[in-house]
Design a protein around this ligand. Structure first.
Ligand SMILES: [Zn+2]
Length: 1080
C-alpha cells in the first residue's frame, strides 16, 4: 500500500500542522490605500495563525531568510547535475519524451476545431489509483436526464414548482470571496461599505407567473418538438414532459408590455411607449461595451410560434441551485476528479491534496481515456490556471517550503516537483514519478520512513506531500545567470503632451503618486517595500529625473534623440521611496507646473518602453513600467504609427488586420522586455483612435495590463482611474516568471492562451504575472489513459517575489478518466468551457474572418451536444432537444460569446474597443468571463434594506424589467443603473436626491450619498460588486426610453439585439436544428 493509494485524509482545516512552524507567509500590501477594496490583500496581511510557533523547525524544513536572500550558493551540487537557470532547461523530459527530441507540435493559430494531432506513443503508465468513490452509475445519469418536452406534442404538465426563475427565497451571498473588511478611513469614497456576509434571509423576489395554460403549438421548426434538461434535483423517472412551448404573451402577467419577440426589434413596443431614437447616442463610453448584433445567424423563420422563455434552461436558476446545493459546505479537494461548485457560488476551499479551483478550473474533471473518444465528443480539454490567485482571508496561502541549498526534490527524468502523488518505494529510499513513472533516489536529507500503509511518516508535516498547492524557495540554480535577483523596480512614465496636461490628467497622476508610493507591495513582515521607483515624462522627447536622496531638488535630463534610446543617468534614477521622499514629492509637485503651458501634441511610444527597459537592464533587475498615454504615437521615432482605422473592413476578409499590430516592431520589443523581466502596464486616455491592437502588444506579451478611459474627463472618470491605478500598483505580482504545465503520461499541454510570451512550445514566459491573470491551457491525448490511474496536472511557476525572492509555486490537480462518454458529460463545467471557447475564438479573429470563427464555434458546440444526444441520452424522438445537465447553459452562453463586440461589433464599438476587449478576455478567469458574457441583473427595488443580502438576480431580458422598478446590471467592466419611467417618486428622491424622473441626470458617475436606507443599500451593493471585480466598473445611469437605453439593451443578452444578434430562444432553435442535422 502506498501513499498514493489512499484518499487524502488531510489534517483538519485550519489547524496547525506540526512541522510548518516558521513558514512565514508572504504578505503583500499589508497596508491598503483608502478606497481600495482590501479583499484581494486580506489574506496577505500577516502570518497565518497557528503556524508561527517559535519552535525550531524540524528536519530539513527551514525558515526562509527574512532578508529575501536565500542561502548562499556554495557551488552546490544539484542532485540532477543541472545547473542551468530555469527549471526547464534543455534536456528536461516531459512525459517521458526528451523535449528536444519530441518538440510539442504547437499548431498555428487558429486551428481547426477538431482536436487533431496524431497521438505520440508513450509507453509509461503512471501507477496511482483512483481516489474517492467511483463515478455514479449510468442509471444515475439517466435519472439526471429527465428531459422536458418543449415541443407542442407534449402533454400539458405545468413546469415543476420551484423551477421558474426567481422562486427560491435563498440568500444571495457575494459571489467571490467572503465578507470584505472595511476599508481604512481616508478620502471620502461614496458609499464605502462592508460587503454583506451571506445571510439566509429571504429576498424580495418577484414571484414567477403562474404556469400559463398550455397552448397549441406548431413547434419551432416544422413539426419537431424540442426538449431540454432543466432544473435541479433530477427526477428519478424517465424523461417527462415539462417545459411547454408557449405562445408569446401567455406568460406575461407580471410584466409590462413586452417587446414583440422575433418581430422587428427597434420598432417593438417599448413598454407601451414610443420607441426611443434608434441611433446610439454620441460618445457612449466605447470602453468595452459589447453590443450583440446578428447579420446572418440563424436563418430566421420569421413568423412562428414562440417558446416560453421560462421553459428553457435559465442561467439564474442554475446559479441559484448551485448556491443552494453547494454553497454551505467547504469544497474539500482530497478526492480525484471532483467538479467544484460554480464560480458564482460562494464557498470555502480546504486543500487536501489538489489545487483549489481558485487556482485551476477544468472544462471537464473526467477525461476520455482515448483520443478517439475525445474527438468524438468535441469537448475541449482545457484548464484555466490562475497561479497567483488571491484567496479570501479564511483560506490559507500556499506554504513556503525551503529545502536549503539542494532545492526542491524533483523527478530525475521529467523534472516534476515532489507532490502528493509521488509514490515512495523501497522503504522510502526511492520514489516513482506519478508523471513519467521514472524511479528517483530520495536525497539523503529528504529520507523518511514509511508507515505500515506506505505513507511517509512526515506526510502531514510536509506541504509538498499533503497539499495541492505550495511553494518552494528556489536556489540559485533557478536564477538568471546563476545570480539571485535584485528587488524589482517600478518606473512611472507620464505623457505630458498637450491633451494630458489640459485634461488635468498629469496633475492628477502626480498628486496620486505622492500617497500611492507608500503602498507599494511588501513582503511578509517587512517594514517597507523593497521596490525602487523611477520617473520619466515624455512627449516627443523623454525627460528622466534624478531623485537621489542627497539632492535638494530633482534634476531633469532630456533625451531628444529617441532613435537610439539610452538612459542618461544610473545613480539617482531608481531610488528607495523613503530615502528620497522629499525629492520625489518636490518632483511630483513640479511636473504639472513644468508642462502647464506645453503646446506639444505629438508623442512617441516605443522609445518610452525602451527607456524603461534600458533602465531595468542597467539596474540588473526586473520590474514594471506604468505608462500613462493619450494619443497615437505619430512623432518621428521607432515604433511610429499611422492611423489605419477602417470600419469598412468589418465583415470582410481583411477584418483580421484590425486586430493585428500594424508593425512587428512591438513584437520584437516585447521579446526584449520579457528577457529582462520588464512588465508593462498601460493606462490609455484616448480621444480618438490610438491603435490599441499595436500599443497593446508589449503589455500583452509581457503579462501586463491595459486600462482604457476613452474621452477621459476629470470629474467623471478620475475616481475610476485612481481606483484602478491603486489596485494595479498594490496588487501581488511575480516577476520574471516562467510557467510549465506537466501532465501524466497520455495527455500533454498543446496550446496556451493568455498574456505571455513563448519562445518554445512548453514554457510560458511572463515578465510579470499578477494575481488577476489567468493562463488557459489546452490538452490533447498522446496515448491512452486509464480509468485506474486517472490523469495528473502539475503547474510550476518560477517567479521573483516583490522582495526579490526567487520562488516556485506548484499546483497539482488529479482528474478522473472515463471509457464512457456519459461520464465526460456529467463532469463538465460549462463556465470553464465558455472561457476556453471565447479565448479560442478571440485568437481566431487574428487570422480568420470573423464569420468563419463564429461558424466554427457554433459547429463545435452542435457537435458536442449531438454527441451527447447520440451516445448518452435515452432514446427519444429526434425532434427533442436533449441537453446534458452540466451543459444545459451552453447554448445561451455561447450565444453571448457570438454576440460580443469582438465577434459581431455593434455600431458604436470602435476598432480600439474591440482590440481592447479581445486582449482583456484573453487573460480573464472563469468568474470574469461568466459575468462578462452573461451580465448580472439585479432588481434594486426588490432589495431588502434591512439585510445584507443581494436581491435575487433576474434573467437578462427586457421582458423581465418592470417600468416601476430600478435595476442594476454589471458585467465586470460597467455597472448600469436602469430606472423605469414609472418608478415611485419617493424611490427616485431617495436614490438620486431629485424629485422627479426627468430630473435624474445620466451624467452621474457615482450615486449621491444620501442618508436613507434605500440609498445606503444600493450604494453598498455597488461597492460590494466593485470589490469583487479586478477593475473598477464604470457607473452609468440609464433612464428608460432615454438615449442611453440603447446601450443598456445591448447587455440584455437573452434578447435579440438591435443589430440583429439572435435572441436566446432563436439561438436555441438554431442549435437544435444544427444538432438534428448532425444526427441525421
Ligand atoms: Zn517524472
Amino acid at each position: 500500500m502506498s501513499v498514493n493509494q489512499q484518499a487524502h485524509a488531510g489534517p483538519p482545516y485550519g489547524q496547525p500542522q506540526p512541522g510548518y512552524q516558521g513558514y512565514q507567509q508572504p504578505a503583500y500590501g499589508g497596508q491598503s490605500l483608502p478606497g481600495v477594496p482590501q479583499s484581494q490583500y486580506g489574506a496577505y496581511n500577516g502570518p497565518m495563525p497557528g503556524y508561527q510557533q517559535p519552535v525550531p523547525p524540524q528536519g530539513s524544513l527551514r525558515a526562509p531568510p527574512t532578508s529575501g536572500a536565500p542561502p548562499p550558493a556554495s557551488g552546490a551540487s544539484h542532485p540532477s547535475g543541472h545547473l542551468a537557470y530555469s527549471q526547464f532547461e534543455h534536456g528536461d523530459v516531459q512525459n517521458g519524451i526528451p523535449a528536444s527530441a519530441a518538440p510539442m507540435q504547437r499548431p498555428p493559430a487558429p486551428q481547426p476545431f477538431l482536436p487533431g494531432s496524431a497521438p505520440t506513443p508513450v509507453s509509461q503508465i503512471s501507477t496511482f489509483q483512483q481516489y474517492g468513490p467511483p463515478p455514479g452509475s449510468v442509471q444515475q445519469l439517466r435519472n439526471h436526464m429527465a428531459g422536458m418536452t418543449i415541443g407542442g406534442t407534449a402533454a400539458s404538465a405545468p413546469p415543476p414548482a420551484g423551477l421558474g426563475y426567481g422562486v427560491a427565497p435563498s440568500s444571495y451571498p457575494p459571489t467571490t470571496g467572503a465578507p470584505r473588511p472595511p476599508a481604512m478611513p481616508g478620502p471620502p469614497l461614496p458609499g464605502q461599505t462592508v460587503p454583506a456576509p451571506p445571510s439566509s434571509q429571504p429576498n424580495h423576489v418577484s414571484s414567477p407567473p403562474p404556469p400559463p395554460p398550455p397552448s397549441t403549438m406548431a413547434g419551432l421548426h416544422p413539426g419537431p418538438p424540442m426538449s431540454g434538461l432543466h432544473g435541479p434535483p433530477p427526477p428519478t423517472h424517465p424523461p417527462q414532459p415539462g417545459y411547454q412551448m408557449q405562445q408569446n404573451g401567455s406568460f406575461g402577467q407580471m410584466r409590462g408590455p413586452q417587446p414583440n419577440y422575433g418581430g422587428a426589434y427597434p420598432g417593438a413596443p417599448n413598454y407601451g411607449s414610443p420607441p426611443g431614437p434608434p441611433p446610439p447616442p454620441k460618445r457612449l463610453d466605447p470602453d468595452s461595451i459589447p453590443s450583440p448584433q446578428l447579420n446572418e445567424l440563424p436563418p430566421q423563420q420569421k413568423p412562428r410560434h414562440r417558446i416560453d422563455p421560462d421553459a428553457i434552461p435559465s442561467p439564474i436558476q442554475v446559479i441559484e441551485d448551485d448556491r443552494n446545493n453547494r454553497g454551505s459546505e467547504p469544497f474539500v479537494t482530497g478526492v480525484r476528479g471532483q467538479v467544484p461548485p460554480l464560480v458564482t457560488t460562494n464557498f470555502l476551499v480546504k486543500d487536501q491534496g489538489n489545487a483549489s479551483p481558485r487556482y485551476i478550473r477544468c472544462t471537464s474533471y473526467n477525461i476520455p481515456c482515448t483520443s478517439d473518444m475525445a474527438k468524438q465528443s468535441q469537448v475541449p480539454l482545457a484548464a484555466v490556471i490562475k497561479p497567483l490567485a488571491a484567496l479570501p482571508p479564511e483560506e490559507t496561502l500556499p506554504y513556503l517550503v525551503d529545502h536549503g541549498e539542494s532545492g526542491p526534490v524533483r523527478c530525475n527524468r521529467c523534472k516534476a516537483y515532489m507532490c502528493p502523488f509521488m509514490q515512495f518505494i523501497e522503504g522510502g529510499r526511492r520514489f516513482q514519478c506519478c508523471f513519467c513513472s521514472c524511479v528517483t533516489e530520495v536525497p539523503p536529507h529528504y529520507f523518511q520512513h514509511l508507515d505500515h500503509t506506505g505513507k511517509r511518516v512526515d506526510y502531514y508535516d510536509r506541504p509538498e506531500l499533503s497539499l495541492g498547492s505550495y511553494e518552494f524557495l528556489a536556489t540559485v540554480d533557478y536564477c538568471k545567470n546563476n545570480k539571485f535577483p535584485s528587488p524589482p523596480a517600478f518606473i512611472f512614465m507620464i505623457d505630458v503632451s498637450y491633451n494630458a496636461v489640459k485634461s488635468g490628467l498629469v496633475r492628477l497622476i502626480c498628486e496620486e503618486l505622492k500617497s500611492l508610493l507608500d503602498y507599494l507591495p511588501r513582503e511578509g513582515n517587512m517594514e517597507e517595500s523593497a521596490i525602487r521607483v523611477g520617473f520619466v515624462t515624455y512627449n516627443k522627447v523623454l525627460h528622466f529625473y534624478n531623485v537621489k536622496s542627497s539632492l535638494a531638488q530633482p534634476q531633469m535630463m532630456v533625451v531628444s534623440d529617441v532613435a537610439d534610446m539610452f538612459v542618461p543617468l544610473l545613480d539617482g534614477f531608481l531610488v528607495n521611496v523613503n530615502e528620497s521622499r522629499t525629492v520625489i514629492a518636490s518632483l511630483l509637485d513640479q511636473i504639472p507646473e513644468m508642462f502647464a503651458d506645453t503646446r506639444e501634441t505629438e508623442t512617441v511610444f516605443a522609445p518610452v518602453i525602451q527607456a524603461g527597459l534600458e533602465a531595468l537592464k542597467a539596474a540588473e533587475c526586473a520590474g514594471k513600467l506604468f505608462i500613462f498615454h493619450t494619443s497615437l504615437p505619430i512623432a518621428e521615432a521607432p515604433g511610429k504609427l499611422k492611423n489605419r482605422d477602417d470600419r469598412k473592413l468589418i465583415n470582410t476578409d481583411k477584418e483580421k488586420t484590425l486586430f493585428q499590430p500594424q508593425t512587428s516592431f512591438y513584437n520584437n520589443l516585447a521579446k526584449d522586455c520579457v528577457a529582462q523581466g520588464c512588465c508593462v502596464d498601460l493606462f490609455l486616455f484616448p480621444n480618438q483612435y490610438l491603435d490599441v491592437a499595436t500599443l497593446g502588444v508589449v503589455p500583452y506579451q509581457t503579462g501586463g495590463s491595459i486600462y482604457k478611459y476613452a474621452y477621459f474627463q476629470l470629474e467623471t472618470d478620475q475616481y475610476r482611474f485612481l481606483n484602478d491605478l491603486r489596485r494595479d500598483v498594490q496588487k501581488e505580482v511575480g516577476f520574471d516568471a516562467v510557467m510549465r504545465v506537466r501532465t501524466s503520461t497520455g495527455i500533454r499541454a498543446t496550446d496556451f492562451f493568455g498574456a505571455f510570451y513563448m519562445s518554445n512550445t512548453t514554457d510560458v514566459e511572463m515578465a510579470g504575472l499578477d494575481c488577476d491573470k489567468t493562463i488557459t491551457v489546452e490538452f490533447k491525448h498522446d496515448d491512452k489513459l486509464s480509468e485506474d490511474s486517472g490523469a495528473l496536472l502539475q503547474c510550476a511557476l518560477l517567479y521573483t517575489s516583490c522582495a526579490g525572492q526567487r520562488r516556485l509555486r506548484i499546483h497539482n490537480l488529479s482528474l478522473n478518466c472515463c471509457t464512457q462518454l456519459a461520464d465526460l458529460y456529467r463532469n463538465c463545467e460549462t463556465d470553464t468551457l465558455i472561457n476556453y471557447l471565447a479565448k479560442y475564438a478571440y485568437r481566431g479573429v487574428l487570422s480568420s474572418p470573423v464569420k468563419t470563427v463564429r461558424d466554427a464555434l457554433i459547429n463545435q458546440c452542435a457537435q458536442i451536444l449531438a454527441c451527447y444526444r447520440k451516445n448518452c441520452a435515452s432514446p427519444s424522438s429526434a425532434g427533442q432537444l436533449i441537453l446534458p445537465e452540466c451543459m444545459k447553459l451552453l447554448p445561451v452562453y455561447l450565444n453571448c460569446v457570438l454576440k460580443s463586440d469582438v465577434l459581431q461589433p455593434g455600431p458604436e464599438a470602435t476598432t480600439d474597443d474591440r482590440a481592447y476587449i479581445r486582449q482583456l478576455v484573453t487573460s480573464m478567469d472563469v468568474a470574469e468571463t461568466n459575468v462578462f458574457f452573461y451580465p448580472r441583473l439585479l432588481p434594486l427595488t426588490k432589495a431588502d434594506v434591512d439585510s445584507d443580502s443581494l436581491p435575487a438576480a433576474i434573467r437578462n431580458s427586457e421582458e423581465r424589467l418592470s417600468k416601476g422598478d430600478i435595476y442594476l446590471l454589471e458585467n465586470g467592466l460597467n455597472i448600469f443603473v436602469w430606472v423605469g419611467v414609472s418608478v415611485q417618486q419617493s424611490l427616485i428622491q431617495n436614490l438620486f436626491g431629485v424629485s422627479s424622473f426627468s430630473q435624474i441626470s445620466n451624467a452621474l458617475s457615482t450615486l449621491p450619498v444620501l442618508e436613507n436606507p434605500f440609498s445606503k443599500k444600493v450604494r453598498s451593493i455597488v461597492d460590494m460588486l466593485q470589490g469583487q471585480r479586478s477593475r473598477y466598473m464604470k457607473l452609468i445611469i440609464v433612464k428608460q426610453e432615454d438615449k442611453l437605453e440603447m446601450l443598456f439593451k445591448h447587455f440584455l443578452v437573452e434578447d435579440k439585439s438591435l443589430s440583429g444578434g439572435a435572441s436566446y430562444v432563436d439561438f436555441l432553435c438554431h442549435m437544435h436544428k444544427e444538432i438534428r442535422q448532425l444526427l441525421s
